[in-house]
Design a binder for this molecule. Structure first.
Ligand code: ADP
Ligand code: IPE
Length: 257
């Protein structure tokens, strides 16, 4: 039995074009793919989802002008993330995934820039055959409250649980040489080493540097000291892609750490 991690982007389940917009058909389909994977492989999963139009929209709305996340904003964002999480949970349960939600604000806090999470709670569920479901959230920090992204959280779990494989489902076909939504000439990378991605980004080669959300996914992992892990980035809007990637057939980008 192996444990793999999955991060489903807010871009897939709650597109940011409208506030509080959940894509229920996409959530139901992905839940079914995860259920099929668990049944067919006999493996275990740890699931993290993003905030999309629930998290990001509200955070922007309630931050103070100087970017402080006060307790009223913390409570509000926390509440709306539970709402999105409950859609995900409903879908998982109706697909017969033995899932249980673990709100990150109750097990993680930021000490400086890096999170510390009480991962025993996650390990305990996995050891009992339950699929823990976490999400990008707002968590306490030494000075107040901060957002923890689903990307950072999934890497933290990969590190602390010694997971060797993680799949990121997002709204584009993988990692490109540039933002594919802005640059039609951007090329899809099939297989890369994390250090190559970072080197090219630092050297700033306009034709080959990875940017934005995609680069952040790699940077966070390097900051956390991730090594010996296979990360796949696939388009979660394409039916079957998540199931296939978990089964080893990646239609997207593989990044080796
Ligand atoms: P998610 O919610 O799936 O984590 P993000 O919004 O954080 O999504 O990141 C995905 C977005 O990153 C894509 O929609 C794409 O427009 C953007 N992006 C920027 N640079 C790149 C790149 N080099 N390769 C792929 N996507 C990129
Ligand atoms: C954001 O999580 C959570 C909040 C803003 C509260 P993510 O940063 O992982 O969300 P996506 O996947 O990019 O939408």
């Amino acid at each position: 039995m192996r444990v793999k991690a999955v991060k489903v982007g807010g871009s897939v389940i709650a597109p940011k074009n409208r506030p509080l917009n959940a894509d229920i058909p996409a959530i139901l389909r992905l839940a079914e793919e995860l259920s099929n994977y668990l049944r067919d492989s006999g493996n275990q999963l740890v699931l993290v989802h993003g905030g999309g139009s629930f998290g990001h929209y509200l955070v922007k709305e309630c931050l103070t002008r100087d970017g402080e996340l006060r307790r009223e904003c913390f409570s509000r964002v926390a509440h709306y993330m539970m709402m999105l999480n409950s859609f995900v949970m409903e879908a998982l349960l109706s697909s017969e995934v033995p899932a249980a939600s673990l709100p990150p604000r109750s097990i993680c806090f930021f000490r400086g820039k890096l999170p510390e999470c009480f991962v025993d709670a996650v390990k305990e569920l996995v050891s009992k055959g339950v699929t823990p479901v976490l999400f990008g959230d707002v968590i306490p920090s030494s000075t107040g409250f901060e957002v923890i992204s689903g990307d950072m959280l999934v890497w933290e779990l990969v590190k602390e649980l010694g997971i060797k494989e993680v799949v990121f489902a997002t709204d584009v076909n993988g990692i490109y040489t540039d933002d594919p939504k802005k640059n039609p000439k951007a090329k899809l990378l099939k297989e890369v080493r994390a250090d190559e991605v970072l080197r090219e980004a630092i050297e700033g080669e306009v034709t080959s540097s990875v940017t934005g959300g995609a680069l952040e996914k790699v940077k966070v992992a390097v900051e956390l000291g991730i090594k010996g892990v296979k990360a796949s980035v696939i388009n979660g809007l394409v039916p079957g892609n998540l199931y296939n990637a978990l089964r080893g057939k990646v239609e997207g980008t593989v990044i080796w750490f």
